[in-house]
Design a protein around this ligand. Structure first.
Ligand SMILES: *Cc1c(COP(=O)(O)O)cnc(C)c1O
Length: 380
């Protein structure tokens, strides 16, 4: 049975249908067609960068970015220990060594300090993941990377619409990677984008995603590439989504604001947002305070699930995953703590204010020592 209040749903209320129908009626359904260019243009302008390149998904974007930056077997690539797995597995597939670093207890993001402590002479660069849409403190990281000759990739898959010191997320590193998976703020079903200001990197990435074919010379290959292309059908949806991006992002932010208000005084903690930073709130996520004893995070999720409210746990720390076990030395106390206490709440742009209130009320009722809430949800 699908939950009454899902964690997330695509919001396809604009020109999505009309544009997709145009693809079908004109038979431009593959990876050429006008929507590819239009989607890249609208995206590039929104982020404020020179190049936006569509890809087949966010993981492919990361793979392409790392490949284009020349990552080689044995190179060390720094990633936060708390992240979706994609940045680490992309590095792994190039034979590189993902090196996890701990996160900040308040922003839940990696920091220049945790990165600095992990640098070796094999470090080549850093993938800064803007977790849940909260922008990483980029300035000290940019400085560190510049000083050490490292590249800096933004994994902006969760952070479309976020801002840092007057610039959009996606314009803050050498390259940025986006995802348009079904639960992302802007979705094309599956899909991705790479943004960059670097002419040469953009050129190489465009070539790599298209089998390495030399532009202007069909079936001529000077480099081995991939097929990481997006279809015109997906770009049609993407364009229609980007036409509404301001509304989608501000609705996400409004939902987070409502949660903050309804959960004031409850035994949960929100992440800190740094000054001069705009959190895009892909998802509203909270930590269960330790003193909310009497209920564990997993019990809480189970209880909410029984009330028809879908939630998600935080990611497992990378170093605990079977694919990385024994290969990620170091201590990650903050990541481990945040990971077990974190829960993500429903955050679809289609969520009504009353539903945010209902989720908050139900959640409060589950927390011991907290008397606000519906009687049916009190502890057994
Ligand atoms: C969703 C996501 C990705 C992967 O994107 P896909 O399009 O699913 O391949 C990468 N990094 C982060 C942080 C994500 O949230």
């Amino acid at each position: 049975m699908s939950p009454r209040i899902p964690i997330s749903e695509p919001d396809l209320s604009g020109n999505e249908k009309a544009y997709v129908l145009e693809c079908l009626e004109t038979s431009w359904i593959s990876s050429k067609g006008r929507f590819i260019d239009l989607f890249e243009d609208i995206f590039r302008n929104y982020i404020g960068v020179r190049h936006a390149i569509t890809t087949s998904n966010g993981t492919a974007s990361l793979h392409l970015a790392l490949y284009a930056l020349g990552v080689k077997p044995g190179d060390e690539v720094i990633v936060p220990a708390l992240t979706y797995v994609a940045p680490a597995s992309a590095a792994l597939h190039l034979g590189a060594v993902p090196v996890a670093v701990d996160i900040d207890p308040n922003t839940w993001n990696l920091t220049a300090d945790t990165v600095r402590a992990a640098l070796t002479d094999r470090t080549r660069g850093v993938i800064a993941v803007h977790l849940f849409g909260n922008p990483v403190d980029m300035a000290p990281l940019q400085t560190l990377c510049r000083e050490r000759g490292l590249w800096l990739i933004e994994d902006a898959a969760e952070a479309l619409g976020g801002e840092y010191r007057g610039r959009k997320v996606g314009a803050l590193g050498d390259v940025a990677c986006f995802s348009f998976f079904g639960n992302k703020t802007v979705s094309t079903g599956e899909g991705g984008m790479i943004t960059t200001d670097h002419e040469e990197l953009a050129r190489v990435i465009r070539r790599l995603k298209n089998q390495g074919e030399t532009p202007g010379r069909r079936y001529w290959h000077e480099m081995a590439g991939f097929n990481f292309r997006m279809t015109n059908l997906q770009a049609a949806v993407g364009l229609a989504q980007m036409e509404q991006v301001e509304r989608l992002v501000s609705r996400k932010q409004a939902i987070a604001e409502l949660y903050r208000r309804h959960l004031r005084g409850a035994s949960v903690t929100f992440s800190d947002v740094l000054p001069d930073t705009v959190h895009s709130y892909w998802m509203t996520s909270v930590l269960l305070n330790s003193e909310a004893a009497g209920i564990t995070r997993d019990e809480l999720m189970e209880r909410l699930g029984r009330e028809g409210i879908e939630t998600r746990p935080f990611f497992y720390p990378l170093h605990q995953l079977p694919i990385f076990q024994g290969r990620m030395p170091g201590q990650f106390p903050v990541t481990e703590d945040v990971s077990v206490r974190g829960v993500t709440l429903p955050g679809s742009t289609r969520l009504r204010d009353a539903e945010v209130a209902l989720v908050s009320r139900t959640l409060r009722a589950c927390l011991s020592g907290d008397r606000v809430g519906a009687p049916h949800a009190t502890r057994p």
